[in-house]
Design a protein around this ligand. Structure first.
Ligand SMILES: [Zn+2]
Ligand SMILES: [Zn+2]
Ligand SMILES: [Zn+2]
Length: 383
């Protein structure tokens, strides 16, 4: 039963952006590196033609979410501010000056307490920052005011949740079944199996289940492990796909919020890729000889590395913040870190490595090169 204990377990799982998903819907010439990729997208099958077995198969892999779950701030949170997002009830309607004015008036009229400030996040979203968690939570349930404004309030997932990854999970379990069978020290709120997108020789696309499963917890810290049907699975760090705009090809936003001119993903000219007549490729971001969405782009690789580092925060942020240190549930991590920070030799080596990293301007500041320096320093000095 070695497959369940997964000896070759990767602690860091990067999700490749799905080629067929919403924001990735360009049928670009294949960059030939990716014949398959992980995907959130559901299998595309024609509704009328789908036999019952196929439908059951599809339901099996539909992401499962806990019912009745509302994102709320932890009343004991040590954070300094608590943000709540506001959107219009109708999707795709931008927030107008009239909406903004109505919000300020509404806050006064309904005596909403604890508002530190309001700000525009993007054309569709406003952020309200509260002073304490309870004030933010109370605002989320203020249906009277929200109905008056025709707005919906929510807490961003990153403020209260973290997603981890389990590997070597047998494909027979549906997402719902896994949700029912998981036992964890943190509340589980959703389960979704990674699907691999496969193209056959005729070019038709299908999705096959993988043994990797993403689990989202109602906590910004991941548990060390969960048990699934009594089998222990270590919880690895989930690395989300890099956000890339398919209008201007730049990173960290999507086309819906893009204010830039359209850029061709093939030649980087100012036209849609569908009308491109160039025979050579030029990346709009780095100028290299690849299409702008290629995973071989050095700038994209850097973004992926950055995502990895950010994702590691879910596991280690609280560990090093000091504030939350005594509240750590995981005895293992706490003991390990206490031992390490009390160890003078370890600290000296760490300082030496960090000085090297800071003073060497030629060293690329990514996790690979930093890990290399750390490895060199520790391997050289430790007996
Ligand atoms: Zn853009
Ligand atoms: Zn072009
Ligand atoms: Zn590039």
């Amino acid at each position: 039963m070695g497959r369940r204990t997964g000896r070759k377990r990767s602690r860091l799982v990067t999700e490749k952006p799905p080629e067929g998903a919403k924001e990735m819907d360009q049928d670009l010439p294949s960059s030939n590196s990716s014949t398959s990729s992980y995907s959130d997208a559901e299998p595309e099958t024609k509704e009328q033609e789908r036999p019952m077995a196929k439908k059951r198969e599809k339901d099996k892999y539909t992401p499962y979410k806990a019912g009745n779950y509302i994102r709320l701030y932890d009343e004991n949170s040590q954070k300094k501010e608590f943000i709540v997002f506001l959107n219009r009830e109708e999707d795709n309607i931008k927030i107008s000056d009239k909406d903004r004015l109505a919000l300020s008036n509404g806050i006064r009229k309904h005596c909403v307490s604890g508002v530190m400030h309001l700000r525009s996040i993007n054309a569709f979203k406003i952020g309200i920052t509260f002073d304490v968690p309870n004030n933010a939570n109370v605002f989320l349930k203020n249906d009277k005011l929200l109905n008056e404004l025709h707005m919906v309030a929510s807490i961003p997932a990153s403020e209260t949740e973290a997603t981890g990854v389990l590997t070597s999970v047998p494909c027979d379990y549906s997402n719902k079944k896994k949700y029912q069978l998981i036992a964890s020290s943190k509340k589980v709120i959703s389960v979704r199996r990674f699907m691999r997108r496969v193209k056959d020789a005729q070019g038709s696309v299908s999705f096959v289940p993988t043994q990797t499963v993403a689990v989202t917890f109602a906590s910004t810290q991941l548990p060390e492990y969960v048990t699934l049907d009594h089998w222990r699975h270590e919880v690895g760090v989930y690395v989300p796909p890099v956000k890339q705009c398919l209008r201007c090809m730049k990173f960290d936003h999507i086309a819906k919020y893009c204010k830039n001119n359209e850029v061709c993903s093939i030649c980087s000219g100012n036209h849609n890729y569908k009308t491109c007549d160039k025979s050579t490729t030029k990346c709009a971001n780095c100028g290299g000889r690849h299409i702008a969405i290629s995973a071989t782009c050095p700038l994209k690789k850097e973004k992926i590395e950055l995502n990895k580092i950010k994702s590691m925060d879910a596991r280690y942020a609280d560990l090093f913040s000091g504030v939350a240190f005594p509240q750590l549930n995981s005895k293992y991590v706490s003991t390990q870190s206490t031992n390490l920070t009390k160890n003078d030799k370890f600290m000296n080596l760490l300082v030496e490595a960090m000085l090297q990293i800071c003073s060497n301007n030629d060293l690329p500041k990514n996790s690979k090169s930093i890990r290399e320096v750390l490895n060199n320093t520790f391997n050289k000095k430790t007996p």
